[in-house]
Design a protein around this ligand. Structure first.
Ligand SMILES: [Fe+2]
Length: 327
């Protein structure tokens, strides 16, 4: 089974459309979303609709939480974008935009960019704001995948808001170790089993590895880490990358981040996502992950942000500028 893992779409329709096109081209059976469907970007309604219609489930990210409830520890740019997003989702200012989006969909169908069925589905969903709000209120901050991955937006310790930055592996390893310690689930015989995790939130693709050999052989002196952790990032400029046995040794647990679809922050502006290819557990075959980077029409998203801003939306210019910088 091939499971496409997307995260941090951030209301960037051009990016998620490109990722879905790419995922279809390489093949996938189902798609899951690790949260932050909305926030920052210009297309919250369509992005929620795409996740509703395409993903098996989504998690609640901190920006989804902000749009529904309240921004937590947001800077002014993010906070203003969250309140603008809320107004869109709850219909305060959306009527005119919805008509514009419907006209845009019809134009794109006429130009052959999307097919008639896709256009019809998306148009119907756009006209049903109640279902969209119900969907957003139904998503949770934690999900278990295949009985062997705990999926959260932030960290296993704090599923909505905690960041696990690559630099934490060296500068703040206790934060990563604490998350690994929380990665257990009851097995069928009732004993806790150690599992790995899939997370989003930092917008940086890669994975933390837990070095159990180190843990087993290390002295138990006070102040020593009880496990060692390592961050494995993507090789520079790759289009796709499947970590081999060297990078992801069999039997070692990991906390994997597929990167961000709609606002990458590793200085590569291309959309990022991953595909999990499940192994045959009865024969001990490991799961394999492949990271993908996908070019998309950044200028299209930037223009929408600019046009909305010109029309009075409180969306900072930096939200457009950062997309081409990948940060
Ligand atoms: Fe995010």
């Amino acid at each position: 089974m091939r499971i496409a893992i997307v995260s941090d779409i951030h209301a960037n329709l051009a990016a998620i459309e490109a990722v879905i096109r790419h995922a279809k081209s390489v093949g996938y059976d189902s798609m899951i979303c690790l949260g932050d469907v909305v926030g920052y970007g210009p297309d919250p309604l369509e992005c929620v609709d795409i996740v509703r219609s395409t993903c098996e489930w989504s998690l609640l990210g901190n920006h989804d939480f902000a749009a529904l409830y309240e921004p937590t520890n947001f800077n002014p740019v993010a906070r203003n974008a969250a309140f603008w997003t809320r107004a869109q989702v709850f219909g305060t200012t959306a009527a005119a935009q919805i008509e514009e989006v419907l006209r845009g969909l019809a134009a794109r169908q006429a130009a052959g960019e999307i097919d008639a069925a896709d256009c019809a589905t998306r148009s119907t969903m756009l006209r049903d704001p109640k279902a969209r709000v119900d969907f957003l209120f139904s998503i949770s901050p934690r999900h278990v995948l295949l009985d062997r991955y705990i999926c959260v937006h932030g960290s296993p310790t704090r599923p909505v808001n905690e960041y696990l930055f690559p630099t934490d592996a060296e500068q703040n390893p206790h934060r990563i170790e604490r998350s690994f310690r929380m990665l257990t689930m009851p097995s069928p015989n009732g004993t806790p089993q150690r599992v790995s995790a899939l997370v989003g939130h930092t917008h940086v693709p890669g994975f933390f590895l837990e070095d159990r050999e180190f843990a087993d052989s290390s002295p138990s002196g006070r102040g020593r880490s009880d496990v060692a952790v390592e961050w494995v990032g993507l090789p520079v400029d790759i289009d796709s990358w499947t970590p081999g046995e060297d990078e992801m040794p069999r039997g070692m647990r990991f906390i994997l981040n597929p990167g961000s679809v709609g606002q990458p922050r590793d200085r590569d502006p291309r959309a990022s996502y991953a595909i999990l290819e499940t192994g045959d557990t009865t024969s001990g075959e490991p799961d394999r992950f492949t990271f993908h980077r996908v070019e998309y029409d950044i200028a299209r998203t930037q223009k929408k942000l600019h046009d909305l801003r010109q029309a009075g939306a409180d969306l900072d210019p930096w939200l457009a500028e950062r997309l081409e910088l990948g940060q």
